[in-house]
Design a protein around this ligand. Structure first.
Ligand code: ZN
Ligand code: MG
Length: 416
């Protein structure tokens, strides 16, 4: 930061309906800097010669605690979490007008929340109102996210421990789903098995809404309805991962509902699996962000041509974008506190170089809808295979490991 004052608020509580709230999830930036999980909390960082951290949080309130549960209160939060100071949240506006006086810059996540932006402008105006007493207001508003994104992109040992735990629990959940799946069940019943496995291992929430998509539903990329019956002969695509200590896991597996791949299903599955292997092999320091995607795409396009889904040379199919009828998304994203985690993919116009400590997903897929110019044998096949990968000093480590080969999957599905 150099000089200035940063203000980072946790997420607001949101109403679900009437007087019922959604389960509270802290803001990822705030949590990254504090580890503090209560709502109604703000971190202020003062940079410069005498740097300090100040937490604003809810006061102890025995009456409210009877209804809503324990609160640290400023004193216990300060000592328990290691802030230099802590103050009641009700003092925030008054304190900000003081803290921002004679500071060159205010760091904030401008644009994230309109009400919060208005409040921050109010502090600046409060400082400006003191001008005649010789106080100057910050001349600059800077985006704190620019600094934090790059810190969050590289995971330390402690963060990786949480991510490994999330990955292991989600791995177990996917294998449980494979074991219990059989024709006649419904997508929501498989979703319930995933949730059971997440929660019984201490995860308080999935990292994102689980996709449990049987048959043609797998071709809807963000399908979350999860209501349909599982039909014999179809595939089931599951994209689900739990959150542990705020850190996400994100796994997709696709497997036959009755336990055996048909010929065309197996062909496409092996193709996507080969594309994923090529992409994972391209995850290592020195490669840039786009190289795993390019590696996966090269494999997929050759397959699309071999199976008669696309016509022409690989170069022409890539050039024309014809492959996008079957593969319309990217091959991965950064993974961390947010499932689609922060961090630049490009810098100064060039794809970001992969470096040790970065975590990303590798998730090629193939989605074949019913269409006149596509062989009917391939209709309604939607396949994605997604794993979580850590860039290491000499390559990468795959953190997630549910059954993935045709043999391993066929040995597992329906065995419960
Ligand atoms: Zn993903
Ligand atoms: Mg996913």
């Amino acid at each position: 930061m150099g000089q200035g004052v940063a203000v980072i608020a946790t997420a607001p509580e949101r109403t679900r309906n009437r007087d019922v709230h959604h389960r509270f999830r802290f803001d990822s930036y705030f949590y990254y800097l504090t580890g503090f999980t209560e709502p109604e909390a703000v971190l202020v960082l003062v940079a410069g010669a005498e740097p300090r951290s100040i937490l604003f949080c809810r006061e102890k309130d025995l009456e409210r605690e009877i209804w809503d549960g324990f609160r640290f209160g400023p004193a216990a939060a300060q000592s328990g979490f290691g802030f230099d100071e802590a103050q009641p949240i009700g003092k925030l506006d008054e304190q900000m007008a003081r803290l921002l006086a004679d500071q060159p810059a205010m760091f904030a996540d401008v644009g994230a929340d309109a009400a919060w932006d208005t409040r921050a402008i109010g502090w600046l105006n409060a400082v400006r109102a003191q001008a005649r007493s010789g106080v100057t207001a910050p001349g600059e508003i800077r985006d704190l996210r620019r600094l934090l994104d790059d810190m969050r992109l590289f995971k330390d040992t402690h963060e990786l421990a949480s991510m490994r735990r999330a990955a292991a629990i989600s791995t177990g959940a996917h294998e449980r789903a494979m074991r219990v799946t059989r024709p006649g069940l419904h997508e929501y019943q498989i979703e319930a098995e995933l949730l059971h496995e997440f929660h019984r291992h201490g995860s308080s929430s999935p990292a994102y809404p689980s996709i449990v998509a049987g048959g043609a539903n797998a071709c809807v990329l963000h399908y979350v309805e999860n209501r349909a019956r599982l039909e014999a002969g179809s595939l089931l695509l599951i994209d689900a991962g739990c959150e542990i200590d705020g850190y996400a896991s994100d796994i997709t597996r696709t497997f036959p509902i009755s336990g055996r791949f048909s010929g065309p299903q197996r062909d496409i599955y092996e193709l996507v699996l080969a594309a994923q292997a090529a992409a994972i092999a391209a995850v290592r320091p020195g490669q840039h962000w786009e190289q795993p995607h390019d590696a996966a795409l090269a494999v997929l396009v050759r397959g699309f041509i071999d199976f008669g889904l696309c016509a022409g040379s690989p170069e022409s199919v890539i050039e024309s974008g014809d492959y996008k009828r079957f593969y319309m998304h990217r091959t991965g994203h950064w993974l961390g506190l947010d499932v689609h985690d922060v961090g630049d993919y490009k810098r100064d116009g060039a794809w970001r170089a992969l470096e040790p400590g970065m975590t990303l997903t590798v998730e090629p897929g193939c989605y074949i809808r019913r269409a006149d110019n596509v062989a009917a044998a391939f209709w309604d096949i939607g396949i994605r295979i997604e794993d979580d990968v850590l860039v290491t000093a000499d390559g990468c480590e795959v953190l997630t490991s549910p059954a993935k080969t045709v043999a391993a999957i066929e040995a597992l599905v329906g065995t419960d």
